[in-house]
Ligand binder design. Structure first.
Ligand SMILES: NC(=O)c1ccc[n+]([C@@H]2O[C@H](COP(=O)([O-])OP(=O)(O)OC[C@H]3O[C@@H](n4cnc5c(N)ncnc54)[C@H](O)[C@@H]3O)[C@@H](O)[C@H]2O)c1
Length: 395
């Protein structure tokens, strides 16, 4: 039975007589191994009545060859944007790709809306309805779509494995005929999703773990994972009304560094994960603090992409400073691309189901707080207040 024609805001489609959404996964920018559409998720979307097209080679680096997509009924194409209604991506599409998305189509992915750069202007001017996964409200109702959490979890896990292979020490205590080796002392700074996963992973590997966060309410979660909570209070209300940490003033930041210095100095491994949404990462470890650490210590700065929590960090590089290895990986989740993609694709599919619905038609229902929260551009306007302000400030 043919479906009735699409009647809502999105009515154009290569299959316009059918209420069928043509969903596309184009190749990501260089260096991104994750995908937004896995074969399994493609099957789920097809069963909901959509058609799914992916670019040939999309999933190769994530362990999903073209054959795996074809087996699930996906069309594999050299030009997946042709006729695409809904484009699903992991990272912001390169400008050349964004410029080829047809007017009126929709885009879903991590779009870096705080940067409010040329991509946002292109999306606005081309009347593309863009939804940023990082702008989805962090509410219980939206938990299945919370890609920030799923990817932070992957990053926190892998950061500890990086440290474990980079440190010249054993993580667990070793009792051997050649003597007893004490466990590694590992410090986690920032105990959000990534930090808590780092604590859990390090504990499983046998490290003795301490952790700190500016939000005192995380003490219980840290302790429930078997780590010691470090109280290094700063005399400023740290949590904003949203539950997120606030940016600190320079003087408060210096006091925080002074309070943390002794804990950093006595650690063999430090994993830093502190972030403030839309702002540069707070500086928790100064150059002098690195110099107080034992040579052969390791710092993995999970916040490197946002500038880093350590003054020595260089995003995307490993630096040795006075014998201390400071790692600034910016692709941690991508290094566990199979599982990170599986989680991300599930988050995206849950959001697609919210903006499509039972009849597999689009709707951009701005009365829906999740849809409205994630919507960055729509019908030629910038909808997201933070993005709008950033754009105005930059003009
Ligand atoms: N479904 C939900 O309701 C849901 C899901 C995930 C997260 N959240 C909430 O979102 C908030 C942020 O979580 P996230 O994991 O994305 O965090 P994040 O990645 O934004 O930041 C990581 C951690 O860094 C900490 N931090 C920031 N500045 C700091 C500083 N100067 N010193 C030390 N620590 C600092 C933050 O408090 C946070 O715990 C939390 O309140 C969390 O409970 C809610």
């Amino acid at each position: 039975m043919p479906r009735p024609p699409c009647t809502n805001w999105h009515s154009y489609s290569a299959l316009a007589d059918w209420a069928l959404v043509r969903i596309t996964g184009p190749k990501e920018a260089d260096g991104e191994r994750r995908v937004a559409v896995t074969p399994k998720i493609a099957r789920r979307l097809i069963e909901s009545g959509h058609s799914v097209v992916v670019e040939s080679g999309l999933g190769e680096a994530a362990g999903f060859p073209d054959r795996a997509y074809l087996d699930e009924g996906v069309v594999v194409s050299a030009d997946p944007l042709e006729g695409a209604d809904l484009i699903l991506v992991v990272g912001p599409p390169p400008p050349a790709l964004a410029a080829r998305i047809r007017e009126g189509a929709a885009l879903v992915g991590f779009l870096d809306p705080f940067a409010a750069d040329d991509l946002i202007k292109t999306l606005r001017d081309r009347r593309i309805t863009a939804f940023a996964m990082e702008a989805i409200p962090r509410t219980t109702l939206a938990q299945s779509m919370d890609a920030l959490s799923s990817q932070a979890s992957a990053a926190g896990y892998h950061a500890v494995l990086l440290a474990a292979t980079a440190t010249p020490r054993f993580f667990p205590m070793m009792i051997t005929a050649a003597g007893t080796i004490p466990p590694v002392r590992l410090l986690v700074l920032g105990a959000g999703v990534a930090g808590l996963q780092a604590i859990a992973t390090a504990r499983r590997l046998g490290a003795v773990v301490s952790a700190y966060d500016i939000r005192p309410q995380v003490q219980e979660q840290i302790e429930s994972l078997g780590a010691r909570f470090i109280a290094a209070p700063v005399d400023e209300s740290a949590a904003a009304a949203t539950g997120y940490a606030k940016e600190l003033g320079d003087e408060t930041q210096r006091r925080q560094q002074a309070a943390l210095a002794e804990f950093v100095a006595e650690s063999d491994v430090v994993i830093t994960t502190a972030q403030i949404p839309g702002r540069p990462a707070p500086l928790l470890i100064s150059r002098e603090m690195v110099e107080q650490m034992s040579p052969s210590s390791v710092i993995v700065d999970v916040a490197a992409a946002a500038g880093g929590n350590c003054e020595v960090t260089r995003p995307g590089e490993d630096v040795v400073h006075e014998g201390v290895l400071v790692m600034g990986p910016t692709d941690l989740a991508g290094r566990v691309a199979v599982d990170a993609s599986q989680m991300y694709a599930r988050n995206v599919a849950a959001f697609v189901e919210r903006i499509t619905g039972d009849e597999a038609e689009f709707s951009c229902d701005l009365e829906d707080e999740i849809v409205a929260g994630a919507c960055i551009t729509h019908e030629g306007r910038v909808m997201h207040p933070v993005t709008r302000r950033a754009l105005e400030a930059g003009q």
